[in-house]
Write a protein of this length. Structure first.
Length: 344
C-alpha cells in the first residue's frame, strides 16, 4: 500500500513538471514573436523621426520668416511713398472751380477814358433790346449815373488822366444793359479807340473818401480794354472771384466781345467818328476759384498707423520665430549628445 502511494505521487509530480515546461516554452515563443514585431514596426518616438519633424518645422519657419521680411519691406516702401505723395500734394494744390447763381449783381463801375471824344448818349435797356438810333452824332439823353474823376497815372507820375465813371447793369435776370454813344471830331490819328476798365463795385467807388486814389488802385489791379470807332462793340461780362492762399479774395472780369460794323447814313459826316458800346452781364453765375489741398492728413495718419502696426507684428513674429528655431536647435543638439554618450 505504501509503495503504490509513492508511485502515484511520483507520477503526479512528473505531470506537473511537464505542464510547467510546456508553459515556459510557450511564453518564450510569445516573447520572440513580440521581439520580431518590434523590430518590424519602428517606434514613432525614435530619434530619427523626431529629427525629421524638427527639420521640417525649421524649414517652414525660415520660409515664414522670409515672407514676413518681404512684407516688412513692402510696408516700409508704402510709408515712404505715402509721405512723398503727401508732400507733393501740399506743394501742388488742386484748383477748384464752382459756380454761384445770383439774382442780381452789385453794379460794377465802368471807367472810360474818352480823351477828346464826347459822351452823347447813355441809357439802360432791358431784354437785349436797343431802340433805333435817332439823330446819331447828336447829343441825346443821359440816363446813367456818371462821375468824372481826374488823377495821376499810377505808372507815370507826369501824366494826368481823366475818367468818366458810369454805373454798370445790375438786373441780370431782366438782361439789363448799358448803351453808350461817343462822338469824336476830326483827328490826325490813323486809328481811333477809347480805353475802358471794369471794377467790381460802383457803390464802393461812391463811398470812397478819395476817389482819385481809388481809381489809381483800380488801374493798378484791373486790366484795360479798348473799343474802336465806327463799330458797335457788345461786351458781355462775367465775374470771377479767386480766393488766395492768404485768405484774400480778388475779383476779375472776363469778357466776350462781339463787334458789328456801323453803317454811316449821315450826309455830312466828314471826318467825325462815332463810337457805340454796350455792356451786359453774360449769365447769373459767379465763378469762384480756390486752391484745395487734396492731401488729407487724417487718411495719411491712419495709413501710417496701420503700416507701423503691421511692422511691429511682423517684427514680433520674426523675433518669436528666431527664438523658437534656436530653442529647437538646442534641443536637437542636446538629444544628439545624449545618444552619443549612451552609445559610447
Amino acid at each position: 500500500m505504501i509503495g503504490q502511494e509513492i508511485s502515484t505521487s511520483y507520477e503526479e509530480l512528473k505531470e506537473d513538471m511537464e505542464q510547467a515546461a510546456s508553459s515556459l516554452v510557450g511564453g518564450t515563443e510569445e516573447v520572440d514573436e513580440e521581439d520580431g514585431s518590434s523590430t518590424i514596426l519602428p517606434d514613432s518616438n525614435s530619434p530619427s523621426v523626431r529629427f525629421s519633424k524638427s527639420c521640417l518645422k525649421n524649414v517652414f519657419s525660415v520660409i515664414l520668416l522670409f515672407i514676413y521680411l518681404l512684407l516688412m519691406a513692402v510696408a516700409v516702401f508704402l510709408v515712404y511713398q505715402t509721405i512723398t505723395d503727401f508732400r507733393e500734394k501740399l506743394k501742388h494744390p488742386v484748383m477748384s472751380v464752382s459756380y454761384k447763381e445770383v439774382p442780381f449783381y452789385d453794379a460794377p463801375g465802368i471807367a472810360l477814358y474818352p480823351g477828346k471824344a464826347e459822351l452823347l448818349t447813355c441809357k439802360h435797356h432791358y431784354y437785349d433790346y436797343i431802340l433805333p438810333l435817332v439823330n446819331p452824332g447828336q447829343p441825346g439823353e443821359i440816363e446813367c449815373t456818371i462821375q468824372r474823376v481826374s488823377y495821376t497815372d499810377p505808372f507815370s507820375n507826369q501824366t494826368k488822366k481823366h475818367a468818366v465813371i458810369v454805373q454798370g447793369p445790375r438786373e441780370v435776370k431782366k438782361r439789363e444793359l448799358v448803351f453808350m454813344q461817343f462822338h469824336l471830331n476830326e483827328t490826325d490819328q490813323d486809328f481811333s479807340a477809347i480805353d475802358y476798365l471794369l471794377f467790381s463795385s460802383f457803390q464802393e467807388f461812391l463811398s470812397s473818401p478819395n476817389k482819385s486814389e481809388f481809381m489809381k488802385r483800380c488801374e493798378s489791379s484791373y486790366s484795360s480794354w479798348k473799343f474802336s470807332g465806327g463799330f458797335r462793340t457788345w461786351v458781355k461780362m462775367s465775374l470771377v472771384k479767386t480766393k488766395e492762399e492768404d485768405g484774400r479774395e480778388t475779383v476779375e472780369f472776363r469778357q466776350e466781345i462781339s463787334v458789328v460794323n456801323y453803317i454811316e447814313r449821315r450826309t455830312k459826316a466828314g471826318g467825325d467818328q462815332l463810337f457805340f458800346v454796350v455792356f451786359e452781364w453774360k449769365d447769373p453765375f459767379i465763378q469762384e476759384v480756390q486752391d484745395i489741398v487734396t492731401a488729407n492728413p487724417w487718411n495719411m495718419i491712419a495709413l501710417l498707423c496701420g503700416i507701423f502696426l503691421a511692422l511691429f507684428k511682423a517684427a514680433d513674429f520674426a523675433k518669436l520665430s528666431v527664438k523658437w528655431m534656436i530653442k529647437i536647435r538646442k534641443r536637437h543638439l542636446k538629444r544628439r549628445s545624449q545618444i552619443l554618450n549612451h552609445i559610447s
